[in-house]
Design a protein around this ligand. Structure first.
Ligand code: ACO
Length: 332
C-alpha cells in the first residue's frame, strides 16, 4: 500500500530575521567634510530636513554584497533555529551584485556550505526584497520549497557619483535576511507587485559592460522630484490593494515598514493610510537608503529591539527603479 503524500503547507511564515551593516559609519557631518574636499557643498541641516537621514554605513574597498548577505543570512538562520543545510531555496535581491554572473545568491550558497537547492537573484532595485519575498512565498505555497532564505543585500556606495550632491547623500550599504518556512497558518497574508517601465529613466544606472569596457555611465542618476511624486501614490495604492486581498483594514496594521528612502515619503504614506506615526518603523535616519536591503534591515532592527513581536501584523512596502513597487502583508 502506498501512503498518500503529506498535505502541502498552504502558507509561508517568517521564522527568523537577521541583518548586517558594514563597520564604517559616516554621519552627515563626516560625509559633508569628505565632499567639501571635492568642492561639493552640503550640510547636516539640509540632509536631515529634506530626507531624515543622519548617518549611513559604507563598505570598505574589500567588501562585496555577498559579504554582507552571508552574515545577515547566518543571523537569520540562528534566529530561526535552523542549519544552513536545511535551506532548500535562496533568493537574493540586489542591484549591486558581486559579479555580472553568477548570481550573488549562488556565491552566498557556496559560502554557507550548501549545494543543490535553487539559488537566484531578483533585480527590482528598491522593491527587490518585496519581489523576492513574494516569489519565495509562491514557491513555498506550491510545494517547490519548504525553507527559504530571502535576502536583500546592497553596496550602493559603489554606484554613487560623489560630485552629485542631490544623490550621493541619500544612500548606504547593508543587508537583511529572513528565513521563510512552510506553515499551516499564515504568515504571509497577501502580496501585490507592480512595475511600469515607462519610468525607466527617472532612476537608473545606465552603464553596462561590453567588450571589456564600461559602456555608458555607471553611476546612479535620479530625478528626485519625479520619484518623490510617484512613490507616495503607489505606496498608498499597493498597501490598500494588499489589505483588500487579505480582507483586512489599515487599522489592523500594527507596524508599517515602507522602503526607507526619505522620511517625508514615509510620513506621507502613513498619513494617507491614517496610521499614527508611532506605527512606522524608521531606520532611514541611521542607514540611509539601502535599496533592496532597507526593508529586511528595518524589520530585523525592530524585531531585535523587541518592538515587533510574534503575532504582530506588519505591512512591508517597496518602491524603486523600474519603476517597481509592491507590498507584503504578514502576521509575524
Ligand atoms: N545639500 C545641499 N543642497 C542640495 C543638496 C544637498 N545634498 N542636494 C540638492 N541640493 C540643492 C539643489 O541644488 C537645489 O538648489 P537650487 O534651488 O539652488 O537649485 C535645492 O537643494 C533643491 O533641490 P531639489 O532637488 O529640488 O530638492 P528636493 O526638495 O526635491 O529634495 C530629494 C531632493 C531629497 C532628492 C527629494 O527629491 C527626494 O527625496 N526625492 C525622492 C528620492 C528618493 O526617495 N529616491 C529613492 C526612492 S527609490 C529608490 O530607493 C531607489
Amino acid at each position: 500500500m502506498t501512503s498518500s503524500p503529506a498535505p502541502l503547507p498552504r502558507f509561508s511564515r517568517i521564522t527568523g530575521t537577521g541583518s548586517m551593516l558594514p563597520a564604517r559609519r559616516l554621519t552627515n557631518a563626516d560625509l559633508a567634510a569628505e565632499l567639501a574636499q571635492r568642492g561639493v557643498e552640503t550640510s547636516d541641516e539640509w540632509i536631515v530636513e529634506r530626507t531624515g537621514i543622519r548617518a549611513r554605513h559604507f563598505v570598505d574597498a574589500t567588501q562585496c554584497a555577498s559579504d554582507l548577505a552571508v552574515v545577515a543570512a547566518q543571523n537569520a538562520l540562528a534566529a530561526a533555529g535552523r542549519m544552513a543545510s536545511e535551506i532548500d531555496l535562496i533568493i537574493l535581491a540586489t542591484s549591486t551584485p558581486d559579479m555580472v554572473f553568477p548570481s550573488t545568491a549562488c556565491i552566498v550558497q557556496r559560502r554557507l556550505g550548501i549545494a543543490g537547492c535553487p539559488a537566484f537573484d531578483v533585480q527590482a532595485v528598491c522593491s527587490g526584497f518585496v519581489y523576492a519575498l513574494t516569489v519565495a512565498d509562491s514557491m513555498i505555497r506550491t510545494g517547490a520549497a519548504s525553507k527559504a532564505l530571502v535576502i536583500g543585500a546592497e553596496v550602493f556606495s559603489r554606484l554613487l557619483d560623489f560630485n552629485d550632491r542631490g544623490t550621493c547623500v541619500l544612500f548606504g550599504d547593508g543587508a537583511g535576511a529572513v528565513v521563510l518556512e512552510g506553515s499551516a497558518t499564515p504568515g504571509i497574508l497577501a502580496t501585490d507587485l507592480h512595475a511600469d517601465g515607462r519610468y525607466v529613466d527617472i532612476l537608473c544606472v545606465p552603464g553596462t559592460v561590453s567588450g571589456g569596457q564600461i559602456l555608458g555611465d555607471p553611476l546612479l542618476k535620479m530625478d528626485g522630484q519625479a520619484v518623490f511624486k510617484l512613490a507616495v501614490g503607489v505606496l498608498e495604492s499597493a498597501a490598500r490593494a494588499t489589505l483588500k486581498k487579505a480582507g483586512r483594514h489599515a487599522g489592523d496594521i500594527d507596524w508599517l515598514i515602507p522602503h526607507q528612502a526619505n522620511i517625508r515619503i514615509m510620513h506621507g504614506t502613513a498619513r494617507k493610510l491614517k496610521l499614527p506615526l508611532d506605527k512606522l518603523i524608521v531606520t532611514v535616519d541611521e542607514h540611509g537608503n539601502t535599496s533592496a536591503a532597507s526593508i529586511p534591515l528595518a524589520l530585523d532592527v525592530a524585531v531585535q529591539a523587541g518592538r515587533i513581536r510574534p503575532g504582530d501584523t506588519v505591512m512591508l512596502e517597496g518602491v524603486g527603479g523600474g519603476f517597481t513597487w509592491g507590498a507584503v502583508l504578514l502576521d509575524l
